[in-house]
Design a protein around this ligand. Sequence first.
Ligand code: HEC
Length: 267
Amino acid sequence: MNMLNRLLIAVAGAAALAGPALAAEEAHAPEPHTWAFEGPFGQYDKQALQRGFQVYQQVCSVCHALDFMSLRNLGEEGGPFYDPEYPNPNDNPIVRAIAAEYMITDGPDEFGEMFERAGRPADDFPHPYPNERAASAANGGAIPPNLSLIVKARSGGAEYIRSLLLGYGEEVPEDVNVRPGQYYNPYFPGGVLAMPPQLYEGLVEYADGTEATPEQMAHDVTAFLAWASEPHMEARKSMGFMVLIYLFIVCVLVWLAYRQVWSRVQH
Ligand code: HEC
């Protein structure tokens, strides 16, 4: 048996093993969906990011944190409120207005007291709960995970998050036991989770007038979370593209030099 045959058999064997393993997992496969940020030239759709931020802010942030992110990230290049007129997001009026809506606990002041003040772009996104115990006590024992890396952290990525948000309301199969404070969602591994259904018709009133259907909100908030998990994707892709152009030019130069060097040699 030659090497190639062995390799083919090994690949076929691996595929056969993977098949039943996937089938045994109960969760539904995420629904396929098209995103503006897919592919080597994909970019974030700024309007969707802005709407998605609105959904996060008005709905999800009640329970979910956005760790590792500060409000100024919203106005950075590639972010939802980036404005080339304000390369420093701390000066961006929209970001400043958004930040000012938050009350931040700061201190201690010169008397050793903590105090409240309006938010600034340099502040982190505020946490919904003071600590994990409070988070789990408020959610029937489950802790709402940090959402800033969730699109990267879950297999299925953006499609999984979108499917999960829209995946409530299906009939509960007989072999699934849904206890009080739990909800059935076939896209969640195991099928039962502590997050109640979130999205219903008209839940938010979009600033840009887009109709807030559950599908629209799921798309927008997932796009926003995809941006949060990779805010520098656009820069990375354009850098990759420049590198390819550079390598192409180098290839052509090397080839021309090769021809030049060997031009006087008889073959
Ligand atoms: C009332 C509180 C609450 C709100 C509001 C809420 N969630 Fe959750 N969410 C939870 C809890 C609790 C969990 C953990 C569920 C579990 O592990 O059983 C969770 C889990 C999740 C997960 C992780 C699922 C996984 O694979 O582990 C995602 C993603 C998520 N929420 C997204 C959202 C989004 C997006 C919004 C806003 C549209 C939102 N949530 C609003 C409470 C909430």
